[in-house]
Write a new protein. Structure first.
Length: 307
């Protein structure tokens, strides 16, 4: 099959503030496979290097050295250090070999709020658009400041809303305890669905013990960026929630095999892909994400429109 690719970049409407700093441009690659009959399969490579995937430059270099004519063996032999390339080419290959792409029913979608106090007005806007689950990043500003906004946010949201907090691994054990205490305390006002990645990935045992001390559930995200990390955390006995970002998790067929053989509580989530990658992720989410939980794809309002 013939292989071609194109780089792209898209701007955020406003930079996304996380504890990794501001993110203002999403760069990626669109890949295309065409067979002799003229069938086309598209895929998207959307790296997220601060989560441990290859960088955009590495992905581009990898695509550059690939021959124009690819065999299945080429597609299946992308090294594990290129998980976003594995996903992009793997999903293009799947798209090429599936005659019709099933339009499944997707679970509810979680809307991402901006950090800081702009979360308050954004939450009511997203509520009006039909969102019922929201995610708010913490660990960016001082804890006193963030907890003050949090207290306003939980009363501003209708009681049937669900809120997820995401620390991106930016808390200490002490500040994680302060957050979890507060989440447990406010349970009657608003349900905190979970706190995502309170501590850095290397502190798995500390997160395991936190998960036993508090009622508010914990989710792993950075800890399970790649399939081998996911396997490791399952082996270590994590039985909380797993946030899975399929676009950086490697080959879709391997992720499918793993999730089908391990009944984990998985929440599929976006890395700000464009439409091609998003559709591939949503197909996997429809198959594998826990249908009781909203999927983390409510991010379209963050990027400027696809070109
Ligand atoms: Mg996260």
């Amino acid at each position: 099959m013939e292989f071609s690719y194109q780089t792209y970049q898209r701007s955020f409407q406003q930079p996304l503030q996380t504890r990794y700093g501001p993110w203002s441009i999403r760069r990626g690659l669109m890949v295309m496979l065409e067979d002799d009959a003229g069938n086309i399969g598209q895929g998207e490579i959307a790296p997220l290097s601060w989560f441990g995937s290859e960088t955009w430059e590495q992905a581009q270099t990898y695509c550059q050295q690939l021959p124009r004519q690819l065999t299945d063996a080429h597609i299946l032999s992308i090294p594990d250090r290129y998980p976003a390339c594995q996903f992009g080419l793997g999903s293009a290959w799947e798209a090429l070999h599936q005659n019709s792409v099933s339009a499944s029913v997707f679970p509810e979608i979680c809307g991402l709020l901006p950090t800081g106090s702009s979360a308050l007005s954004a939450a009511s806007k997203l509520w009006e658009q039909g969102y019922r689950t929201f995610k708010w990043k913490i660990g960016v500003d001082a804890i006193e400041q963030e907890q003050a906004i949090f207290r306003r946010l939980i009363v501003a949201l209708p009681p049937q809303a669900l809120l997820r907090l995401d620390a991106n691994g930016g808390l200490t054990n002490e500040s994680a305890c302060r957050w979890l205490q507060l989440c447990d305390q406010v349970m009657d006002t608003l349900r905190i669905e979970y706190l995502e990645q309170p501590l850095p990935p290397e502190q798995l045992s500390a997160m395991l013990s936190l998960s036993q001390q508090f009622q508010t559930p914990l989710a792993l995200d950075e800890s399970v960026a790649t399939l081998s990390q996911l396997q490791h955390c399952v082996q270590q006995g994590w039985n909380g929630i797993f946030v899975i970002k399929p676009a950086i998790c490697g080959y879709p067929h391997r992720l499918r095999q793993f999730c089908q053989s391990h009944p984990i509580d998985a929440v599929f989530s976006s890395v700000f892909e464009s439409e091609v990658g998003r559709q591939a992720c949503l197909r996997l989410a429809a198959e594998l994400s826990n249908p009781q939980r909203a999927i983390g794809f409510g991010v379209c309002h963050w990027l400027s429109p696809d070109e």
